[in-house]
Design a protein around this ligand. Sequence first.
Ligand SMILES: Cc1ncc(COP(=O)(O)O)c(C=O)c1O
Length: 393
Amino acid sequence: MKLEDKLSTVVKQMKPSGIRKFFDVAKQIEDVISLGVGEPDFDTPWHIREAGIYSIEQGHTHYTENAGLLELRKQICDYYKRRYDLEYQAETDCLVTIGGSEALDNCFRALLNPGDEVIVATPCFVSYEPTVHMAGGVVKYLPLQHQDEFKITPEGLKACITDKTKLLMINFPGNPTGGTMSKEDYTKLVPIIKEHEIIVISDEIYSELIYEGEHASLAHFPEIKDQVLIVNGFSKAFAMTGWRLGYLLGPSTILQAVIKIHQFAIMSAPTTAQYAAIEALKNGQKNVDAMRLAYKARRNLIVDGFNKMGLPTHLPKGAFYIFPDIRPTGLTSDEFCERLIKEQRVACVPGTAFGEAGTGFIRVSYASSLEEIKEALSRIATFVEPFNLTSTK
Ligand SMILES: Cc1ncc(COP(=O)(O)O)c(C=O)c1O
């Protein structure tokens, strides 16, 4: 018997994450500067860690309600009202999940029937495509363009709609491009989403990391608010990736269906992390603001550095990634990243790891110290020198 034959066809066809591949290479080379992974370099602020520790000391070592501690759900709803002026009911419209990752997976599983189409704005976070496939859905790619600052245009959206379209998967501020959508940008999409009765999954995990302007959400439009599911979490804003905590906000009819899956697959999100998250929402805004300021300084330095080298890079308004155009070197995204890590010990991720639309680009994370970024820029400048590029600054 070949055990491989026992694996599900969907899983056999799944490609390993292009990010992990480079991360693993980076770990084997000494003195590598990794601008490859998408997680804050900051540790979780102390008062949040202490709240987690204290909860254990108090004996909060049991399951919580399936949907998460009511106190946490209330804090999440208060936070969304306070920060983004959006109202949700803690009792019915909120589910605490294992990271935004679980929320995304559960949404696809709760909403998709075999053959339903999901429009995915791409280049995009690596989990969207495989989790849509696992839920039996079909991905329709909506390519985002450098010249549009990686925003969705109404024409682009319309071109992807068919009579099988059920969901639209978006992520602003976006991984890997740092692209954002303003309220005006969304205004043009709203009539299309309404007319075609599309459910939107809005991954807002980087909503706190916006450097110019304000965070906008399709849920801000009352005429389609009930069609929007918001995915968010604590990983990026509060530097809590390892705690594995996120949440889903949306209309109760869909939320209650998602909770059924969560109930049987997960039971409840980690209890210690839930107590820490209450503290994060109550008293962590100052930490978020300080981290945002630090990221902004890094972003300015790194975007400037890439443009000076002759690798055109748009100034992203959010998240902690830049998405430089490496086509002037004549190398493919893969060749660029493979040679860069071997020749100059700097790890970045090929744009193609985030979908075909990332061809000719690389993703560079600036969730690293200013010193590391400066050293990485100097190494990358040495790497691109032989290509005689023209500075775009
Ligand atoms: C766009 C996007 N969504 C979701 C996630 C998953 O985050 P979490 O740690 O909350 O599962 C990530 C993590 O990198 C991400 O970049």
